[in-house]
Design a binder for this molecule. Sequence first.
Ligand code: 5RP
Length: 236
Amino acid sequence: MTLSPTDAAKRNAALRALEFVRPGMTIGLGTGSTAAHFVVALGVEVQAGLAVRAVATSIATYNQAASLGIPLLDPNDIDTLDLAVDGADEVDRQHHLIKGGGGALLREKIIAAAAHEFVVIVDAAKMKPQLGSFPLPVEVTPFGAALTTKAVQAVLRGQNLKADTVRMRLAPDGAPFISDGGNYILDCACGLIAAPDAVAGALSAVPGVVEHGLFIAMADIVIVGDETGAAVARVD
Ligand code: 5RP
């Protein structure tokens, strides 16, 4: 099958992430098209005899990994996580991330934070001088979502960001998109984010915000793929 240039870049990044996998590891599996390339590659290794176990960050990834024979654990049944491998929507020069384009940001952040090493795999187009071209996903509880949306907008205004472009994510049938955790997602096209750590802190303080897609200082390794290969950078 011929891959598009973007898909080839995603696959090249995903394949390099295998370098960080060791027998006996428990591995967090991310969500999205780049993470799916990693799951496929890991599945090949497992079928060839590699003994690893995994936890999934979404129902979609769980189903994909299960279909490939990757042994899966409930996150409540593990004490430690050696590695997490996941994609991202944007990566800035400090290696802060925007994630959540696939709506799995809550589970992705729990798994990334728990992992001893968090490996981010992206195609080169995801690398940005500043975060914010991609609308920032913010997961909110359905209860009081309209009030929480106003509070999120106030936070954005307070950070000198655009607030009138906050939109509830919708499913194809026009109903609100529901995350695997049963929550709504606000997509905040707030413009370039000058101070992502300040925005992250302010959003986390809003009652009703379950999680936001700013992953600040979480990446340990960033692998950037292009059509010909991938470059690995360790984050200091
Ligand atoms: C899902 C995510 C994904 O990692 C992100 O959206 C990137 O997706 P893709 O690899 O398909 O470009 O955060 O919630």
